[in-house]
Design a protein around this ligand. Structure first.
Ligand code: ACO
Length: 218
């Protein structure tokens, strides 16, 4: 039997272990090769850990064994964070990390959901991952449902996700998220015309998707 709950600090290491094995399948990572199955991935794991510390992340475990079947790492995005992240990225040498977060940061900066909705913080579903042995059973959808409960309980007005996978886009759409921005991965080319993000079908678009969970004022 599966059980859902917030991720306590005592499980943070186990979550990193789960992600090390399962998250490298994420389409953008698979295209640029930042993290590899079963190998430590310090830059992304630092990002994961900071997100876990926001205390809003959700996991699903096997009740009998405690094994992690899936996680939604949810973080708080505050006004000015994207600009700060763009600045911090200039000091990072890892090209793969720069390519992934450069794209996400630039799209989000241009979109500026803070101004659009007149808000100062956003509940962000940052990392969605289901153990390969548990996929295709609706777990990601349930992680979205549980995350929305956490967002509402904590007074957030807007939920958002950088849906880099078609599967996440389907889940988000089924939960009432709308597309704020869609970009075609294959439009990005380097100076000699090679694709920067050579993602594999069916993952051809990155979509920023959002859902208002409480009315916005101002
Ligand atoms: N082939 C075709 N469709 C699929 C597949 C597949 N292999 N896997 C899922 N789907 C579809 C489902 O049919 C469903 O769509 P539907 O409602 O129209 O039927 C939708 O995707 C979601 O299905 P779930 O069963 O809820 O998803 P699952 O529990 O398998 O988890 C996830 C999906 C999290 C993307 C998983 O495949 C995974 O961990 N992948 C590796 C990491 C990754 O890519 N994470 C998402 C990146 S975006 C982000 O993190 C915010």
């Amino acid at each position: 039997m599966l059980q859902y709950g917030l991720i306590p600090p005592s499980r943070f290491e186990d979550v990193i272990g789960h992600l090390r094995v399962n998250f490298p399948d994420e389409p953008l990572n698979a295209a640029v090769g930042l993290c590899f199955h079963g190998k430590p991935c310090p830059l992304l794991e630092h990002h994961d850990w900071k997100t876990l510390e926001d205390g809003l992340s959700v996991m699903v475990t096997d009740k009998d064994t405690g094994k992690i079947a899936g996680v939604a790492l949810n973080g708080i995005s505050r006004l000015g964070d994207t600009e700060k992240a763009i600045e911090e990225l200039t000091a990072i040498e890892n090209l793969q990390y720069r390519r992934i977060f450069g794209l996400l940061n630039d799209v989000n900066k241009e979109l500026d959901l803070f101004s659009k909705y007149g808000i100062e913080k956003i509940f962000e579903i940052r990392i969605l991952s289901v153990d390969s042995g548990y996929r295709g059973k609706g777990i990601a959808k349930e992680l979205f449902i549980q995350s929305e409960i956490v967002a509402r309980d904590n007074g957030f007005k807007l939920m958002k996700t950088d849906a880099t996978s078609l599967f996440t886009q389907k889940v988000a759409e089924s939960q009432g998220f709308h597309v704020e921005k869609s970009v075609n991965y294959h439009d990005y080319k380097d100076e000699i015309g090679n694709k920067i993000y050579d993602t594999q079908p069916p993952h051809l678009h990155y979509k920023v998707m959002a859902k208002l969970v409480q009315p916005c004022h101002g």
